[in-house]
Design a protein around this ligand. Structure first.
Ligand code: SF4
Length: 235
């Protein structure tokens, strides 16, 4: 599989660095956004904030604006909070202490940046492990991710192109459609995103905005209702 990876692995910009900050940025962006959309945003982000200190020093409003379009805006704010924490106290031993960093992201940064002996298991890696009924070592992390993303696909795996096919008990099987994420169109998530976009453009009167969405965004720290209660701004 490692030989397959050296020939077919995806050339992604965050694979050309071992900088834990850059890798944390990529992993947080990738949590719920597709690779193709993340690549240009990741490059822009690092050009603007090349170090953890530069991001920590940025006003939250700039960070929220820069995150627009990546979705799940809380991730951007958490990344900012994580940078502030690291700039102040250094990297914690347990990366899960950082805001917005769960077991998967901690394992990915630990493995890809810090060389820790831990396998990051995302949905792709999990699928390959389940189908092959094999537990892979941490050295296989990147290769497993690409195999799951490009060959061992959720519904119709391309077993004919798979380097594991000769030993895989699931070879040739087909799978039912997976449970799809609930539609964004018409959802509360969409209302929140629209409201945040309006506030990111300019300070807005509360009366012009979706009040429920504002309340929810304010709870997450993504917007601020001014003390007079009439205007909404970014923090
Ligand atoms: S042989 Fe098929 S099912 Fe097995 S790991 Fe490869 S692509 Fe997935």
């Amino acid at each position: 599989m490692l030989a397959w990876f050296s020939e077919h692995g995806r050339d992604l910009p965050w694979r050309r660095t071992r900088d834990p900050y850059a890798i944390l940025v990529s992993e947080v962006m990738l949590q719920q956004t597709q690779v193709e959309r993340v690549v240009p945003r990741y490059l822009e982000w690092l050009e603007r904030w090349p170090t953890v200190e530069s991001l920590a020093a940025a006003p939250p409003a700039d960070v929220i604006r820069a995150w627009q379009g990546l979705g799940y805006n809380r991730r951007g704010l958490n990344l900012h909070r994580a940078a502030q924490r690291i700039a102040e106290d250094g990297w914690p031993e347990d990366l899960r202490e950082l805001p917005g960093v769960g077991p998967y992201t901690a394992a990915a940064v630990g493995n890809f940046a810090l060389g820790r002996d831990v396998l990051p298991v995302d949905t792709n890696v999990n699928r390959v492990q389940e189908r092959t009924q094999h537990r892979f070592t941490p050295a296989a992390g990147q290769a497993l991710m690409d195999l799951g993303a490009t060959v061992c696909l959720a519904r119709i795996p391309r077993c004919g192109e798979c380097p594991l096919a000769s030993e895989c008990p699931s070879r040739g099987r087909r799978y039912e459609a997976q449970h799809k994420q609930s539609p964004f169109e018409g959802s509360f998530r969409q209302r929140r995103a629209q409201t945040l976009r309006l506030v990111a453009e300019a300070k807005r009167p509360l009366s012009e905005l979706d009040r429920k969405a504002v309340e929810s965004l304010a709870r997450d720290g993504l917007v601020r209702v001014q003390p007079c209660g009439e205007f909404v701004t970014l923090p």
